[in-house]
Unconditional design. Structure first.
Length: 417
């Protein structure tokens, strides 16, 4: 089991390119199942979650290869409609394959995706939406048996919550459905817009992505296309947290600043200065961060839940108190226990975490329990006195491509052992 060794208090400097967005690559890869011909997905990050999706695509019969940052998928030879349990459990996002397999083959059999460390991750909204589109879904013994013998049909769907995964599931299932689907209260994340852009390049008719109401007119077929994945806004927010806690000035390349509109003001409140120009984000941190008052995680365009953990680590060494309210997932403060081992002063009650800034954290052994929690421990290690040993690096590798390499190139003293 690999670990990370971080020696704190090293300043960062220089420029780094932000990887492609994991949460865009995963649904786009699933959507390739709908297409004829060879898709080339550029700027696809090298991550274990992406590898897991590639394994599912290969199992279903697709030809999948990688060449210099791009993933190439040819789905013409899809000849299965089931996904085995061990492949489903690898990532939560595997549920988005359900709509794709159903739309492509007319049936699908797969196990419930694993819940994960941040919450139960139910799929009731996914199931309800697909049933509204004519799918017959039987749930038994942890398996989903789905059929759409006469194909899927367009439906008027209103989501009780702007669920990202459910919105993606519907978009993918509706592209080849008979008739028109409208989604009210759809998720508006940039990754939703990226998926819509890819599908429309393939010949889909998706309107209103990124707005509250989305319309998808079913078409008869989709042709493979070339697409470049948008930059990962959460990796950008994590790198900004790394610079913030080390009083550093760094430049992030390939960032879409408008996708960080709810994150940038939080760093500015903490005393950082941020300039966006021609696809680059110039970040300058003060020697000592000010507290960020209150951060409430919300569906996009609100503050992203995935950035809560890295920013909470930064709040641990800010001057004053920062209150976090985690409104999206029910168990997303597990990293606070590990941060307290490093001397952080945090009290969590339900959705709320109250972080009293301390003068400094100290290095010790800590264990990651989920993807963004692992990132928060790296942020903390970068500013702690002495050396921090971080276990559970596999969680980090789910969403951060060569993160320790990126940070050491910026001047951090961090290595994987
Ligand atoms: C996506 O998860 C992201 N994952 C998550 O990123 C992200 O935190 C989340 O969206 C919110 O932005 C991917 O895109 C692969 P949701 P998803 O459906 O689709 C509840 C990361 O760190 N819900 O918007 O699962 C659910 O339990 C990951 O990169 C239901 O109740 O998020 C949660 O409380 C973590 N029933 C809330 O909605 C359902 O059927 C938001 O979930 C579906 C969801």
């Amino acid at each position: 089991m690999s670990k990370l060794l971080v020696t704190g208090r090293k300043k960062l400097s220089g420029e780094t390119y932000v990887q492609g967005a994991k949460n865009s690559a995963l649904p786009v890869l699933a959507a390739t199942i709908l297409t004829k011909g060879e898709n080339v997905i550029y700027n696809c990050p090298v991550l274990s979650d992406v590898d897991a999706s590639a394994r599912i695509l290969r199992y279903l019969g697709c030809k999948v290869s990688r060449s210099s940052g791009a993933v190439i998928v040819d789905a013409d030879t899809v000849d299965r409609c089931d996904i085995p349990d061990e492949l489903m459990r690898k990532t939560r996002s595997s549920i988005v394959f359900l709509g794709a397999v159903l739309a492509r083959t007319g049936k699908a059999r797969m196990s419930f995706p694993g819940g994960c460390e941040i919450g139960l991750r139910p799929i009731d909204m996914h199931i309800k939406a697909l049933r509204q589109m004519g799918a017959v879904i039987k749930e038994k013994h942890g398996y989903l048996d789905c059929a759409a013998p006469n194909g899927l049909r367009g439906a008027k769907i209103t989501l009780s919550f702007p669920s990202v995964g459910t919105t993606e599931e519907i978009m993918i299932a509706a592209c080849l459905a008979q008739g028109t689907t409208t989604v009210t209260n759809a998720a508006r994340e940039p990754e939703i817009c990226d998926l819509a852009e890819y599908l429309n390049k393939c010949g889909a008719k998706i309107y209103g992505a990124g707005e509250g109401v989305m319309v998808i007119e079913g078409v008869t077929s989709l042709n493979a296309s070339h697409h470049s994945i948008i930059p990962d806004r959460i990796v950008a927010a994590t790198l900004m947290s790394c610079a913030a806690v080390t009083g550093s000035s760094i430049t992030l390349d390939g960032v879409i600043c408008s996708n960080l509109a709810s994150v940038i003001p939080v760093f500015e409140e903490a005393g950082c200065s941020i300039k966006c120009r021609s696809g680059k984000l110039e970040f300058n941190a003060p020697e000592k961060l000010k507290s960020m008052k209150t951060i409430r995680t919300m569906p996009y365009p609100g503050f992203p839940t995935d950035a809560q953990a890295p920013l909470l680590a930064a709040a641990c060494v800010a001057d004053g108190t920062t209150v976090f309210v985690e409104n999206i997932f029910e168990n997303r403060y597990r990293h606070t226990g590990e941060l307290m081992r490093m001397g952080a002063n945090i009290k969590t009650v339900g959705k709320v975490a109250v972080v009293e800034g301390v003068n400094s954290l100290y290095g010790t052994y800590v264990e990651a329990t989920d993807l963004r929690g692992a990132a928060s421990l790296v942020v903390a290690g970068l500013c702690a006195d002495g050396q921090t040993e971080i276990g559970g690096v596999k969680y980090l590798e789910r969403g951060y491509e060569n993160f320790e390499l990126t940070l050491s190139e910026l001047g951090a003293d961090i290595k994987k052992i």
